[in-house]
Write a protein that binds this ligand. Structure first.
Ligand SMILES: [Cu+2]
Length: 160
C-alpha cells in the first residue's frame, strides 16, 4: 500500500526533507542526561572520522542525525553539556539523554542504554587509532571508554 506513495515522493525530496528536519533540531540540547530526546551528533563540517563513527553506529542499529557546527560552537557545546577539556574528542553525540563523546564503540553505547547508570555519559578522549571511525590499517592503540559522572569525575567503563 505504501508503494503507491513512492513515485510521488522521490528519494531526493525525502533527503531534502530530512535535511530540513535536521536543520530544525536544537543546536544546543538542554539538560543532557535527563529526558530522552532525538539522538543527534554534533561535529565540525570537515570531520571525516566523525562521519565514519556515525556509519559505525548506524551499522549497529543506532541511528543518529548529524548536525554540523563551527568548531568554536562545538567547543562551547561540550562545555555546556558538562564535559571537561581532557574528556573531549572530535564529535559529541546526545543519545537518549546521554552524552557520548568521541569514538565510543556501539557496544558500549548499547550497554549504557541497557544499564542506564546515573551519569552524564561516555567519553573516549582524543581520537585513539583503531577505535570505531579511526581505523588506520591494522593498527589499534589500546584505549579506555570513560563513564563520565554528573559531578565531572570519571571511571573506566571498558578497555579496548
Ligand atoms: Cu574523530
Amino acid at each position: 500500500m505504501t508503494s503507491r506513495l513512492i513515485p510521488r515522493f522521490p528519494l531526493r525530496r525525502a533527503a531534502g526533507l530530512l535535511l530540513a528536519v535536521a536543520a530544525m533540531l536544537p543546536s544546543s540540547p538542554v539538560a543532557a542526561g535527563t529526558a530522552a530526546g532525538p539522538s543527534v551528533v554534533y561535529r565540525s563540517p570537515t570531520c571525516q572520522c566523525c562521519e565514519r563513527w556515525v556509519e559505525h553506529m548506524r551499522s549497529e542499529g543506532i541511528g543518529l542525525a548529524m548536525q554540523d557546527l563551527p568548531q568554536s560552537r562545538l567547543t562551547r557545546l561540550k562545555e555546556s553539556l558538562g564535559l571537561k577539556p581532557e574528556q573531549a574528542s572530535c564529535h559529541t553525540a546526545v543519545i537518549e539523554g546521554y552524552v557520548v563523546e568521541g569514538h565510543v564503540p556501539a557496544s558500549d553505547v548499547k550497554r549504557l542504554l541497557a544499564e542506564k547508570p546515573d551519569a552524564l555519559g561516555l567519553a573516549v578522549p582524543k581520537m585513539p587509532i583503531g577505535s570505531p571511525g579511526m581505523e588506520q590499517g591494522g593498527r589499534t592503540d589500546p584505549y579506555e571508554v570513560l563513564l563520565v559522572k554528573k559531578d565531572g569525575t570519571t571511571e573506566v567503563w571498558s578497555r579496548h
